[in-house]
Structures are given as structure tokens and as C-alpha cells.
Design a protein around this ligand. Sequence first.
Ligand code: GDP
Ligand code: MN
Length: 389
Amino acid sequence: MNVHEYQAKELMASFGVPVPKGGLADTPEQAVEIAKQLGSDVCVVKAQIHAGGRGKGGGVKVCKSLDEVKAAAEAILGMHLVTHQTGPEGKLVHKVWIEEGTDIARELYAAVVLDRGAERMAVMASPSGGMDIEQVAEQTPELIFSTRLEPGQPIWDFQCRQLLFGCGLDAGQVRQGTAMIQALVKMAMAKDATLVEINPLAVTGEGKLIALDGKINFDDSALRRNPDIAALKDPTETDELELTATGLGLNYIRLDGNVGTMVNGAGLAMATMDVVNQAGAKPANFLDVGGGANEEMITKGFEIILDDPNVEAILINIFGGILRCDVLAAGVVGAAQKIDLQVPLVVRLEGTNVEEGKRILGESSIQFEVAGSMSEAAAKVAAVLGGAA
Ligand code: GDP
Ligand code: MN
């Protein structure tokens, strides 16, 4: 789960990380009111969306008067902000964060990340902050310093010093930076974050370190033990189809391909993603209907798949166990009766009551192709899409 910059900053501040003072607004009038209270000569108006690259997209405006704050808030609120992370349709901005301006001397980068390959947390820092860190990693990898944490251990001072002297900071700044990194690591551990990223981590004209941006991703599976974090979820940032699916108890994740998939069991669903890719096609979604799905859930799941305008073909891959093939078939027929099914359907059924399931589908008016194996199913779906089988 991602959170907004303002939420990240509030959480970081509660762990002792220096951040600029600010307030949240959903109208230009509120924005002006907050700017007045901050009483700073310069204020920054920042779009709150779950995407980076806001600065380049026009979602961050430095303002030198209350009139400028008003104009910036008017321009940003309600805009569809397009950045390299949003896709061409952009993201609708509901809220802006107004904060006191900072006199920036240098922009650094700092992050705490879960390094899955190493099975450890890692801390990274770079003197080249402010811009795309991906670009720095590609073009000047020697400017990214990193260190890994031993499981169950804190980050030691010497590790912080290595990172921060690498960034060219002086001794006093290294002391501030060490406290900051240690606070970030403590926060990441306490709240089960998989990524904490500060870009830019500014050095001010007075030589103080301050977090000007904050991006945090939390481990969804750990939200149960962090109710304070779970409460930060912004439903407007969640895909609508995913929200509907969650409400129905379906495990649905939208992807960017065009093959809608309905599968039972997370392992089989992942294997299905793999065979679809191997056949040269791309899944439009991951949908695990689970073992206990009933006819109504199957119908709703099928409707959700079809509500995605990118879906050009559907692959149903069910291994009937607790979810019997006849229940699945009845659910699909139920959905197809309500909706005029316009896209090709490939079905691979195996397991409990498979014959009954095939009979129900066969006697319905639905057009579909049967596949005997998973790879055959994927090849057939790729073939109907004209992809390389
Ligand atoms: P992002 O583009 O989504 O990563 O948004 P950022 O919060 O990183 O803002 C983009 C850029 O705006 C930063 O790299 C800074 O140069 C600038 N910026 C952000 N916050 C402030 C601020 O408080 N004061 C000033 N002067 N510039 C800021
Ligand atoms: Mn940033």
C-alpha cells in the first residue's frame, strides 16, 4: 500500500525526521489560509497523488505570495496530473499540501528498501538527488552508495557514515544524516515498510538536512498489525475494479495486458500468468476466485473481468477441487446471460465434476473453445488474439 507525501511526512516527523511545516487543503481558499498561518515568504503547493515525477508534470509550484498560492492551488486541484508514473490519462488531484519553502543548497537521495534478493533491508544514499534516481543508477552507478542491514540488527553509525561521507557531507551534516537514517530504518521496521524514499533530501543554505519529499510503500500483508497505517489508505487511489473485487472477497489485481483470466488458487493463477506470457500474450488481470467461490462470486468475477475495457479475450483455468467445475460453469453462464459476451473465451477445466461443468457450458449459448492443458489454453488464447502462439 502506498500513502501520500503528506502522510509520509507526518509519519516520518513522528519518528523525529525533520520535514517542512505544512497543511493539507482541498480548496484554494484553504490553501491560502494555510499559507497565511505558515507565515513564510515562500510556500510550495504540491499535488497529492500516488505517483512520482509530480514536479516535472506541473504538480509542484513554488509561490512567493498568497495570490500565487491561490493561483497554484486553483491550477493543481482538479487537474489530471500526468507524470511518467501515471499513464497518459493522469491522476485526478483531490488535495494539495502547502508547505513552507526551503532554501535548497543541495538535493540528495536517501532510501530504505527491502532487498528481496538479499533477503535484507538495505539503505541507499546518493549525492545526485532531486532527479530520476533510475537515471543516476543507469548512467552514474558509482554515485549510489548502499549498505545492507543484518537481520535483527539496527543500522550502525559506521554504515551511515559511509553513506553520508559518500554524499560529500561535512561532519556536522553526517551527524544529522545519521540520526535521520536511523529514524527512517526504525520507522520502516516498526511499520513494515518495503520502501521509504526521500528524494530530494535537501541540504539547506544553513547546512541543515530536511526531507522535502517522502514516498512510502507498506507491506499489504502486514497491515493487519499496523491499523494506524491501514487507516491511511486513500480509496480514491485504488483501482475501482480492484475495490469491487475486494468487497466480494475476490483476489483481483489489474495488469496491463489484454487477456482476462479467471483461475482458482493463487499458485495456479501465477502459473497461468506465466503460460500466457510464454504464449506471447499478456494478462489483463490476476484473478484468484479462491476455493470457496460460489456461483454468484463467479458471475461477479466474470463481470469485473469484462468491465476492464482492455480485455480482448478471456481464459478460464480452473482445477475443480472445493470449487467444483459445475459451479464455475453455472456462474459463467449466469454472467454471460446478463452481459452480451463479445470477446472470445477459452476454457480449461479439470477436476471435480468436470464433465458436468463442460455439459453446462456446452448446452448454453456461449461460444467458447475448450483446451485440454494449460499450455494449450494459453496457445489458443494467443492465437485468437493473433499473437505468436
Ligand atoms: P516529485 O517530482 O513527485 O518527486 O515531487 P518532489 O516533492 O520531489 O518535488 C519536485 C521538486 O520540487 C524537488 O526536486 C524540489 O527541487 C522542488 N521542491 C519540492 N519541495 C520543495 C520545497 O519545499 N521548496 C523548494 N524550494 N522546492 C521544493
Ligand atoms: Mn521527489
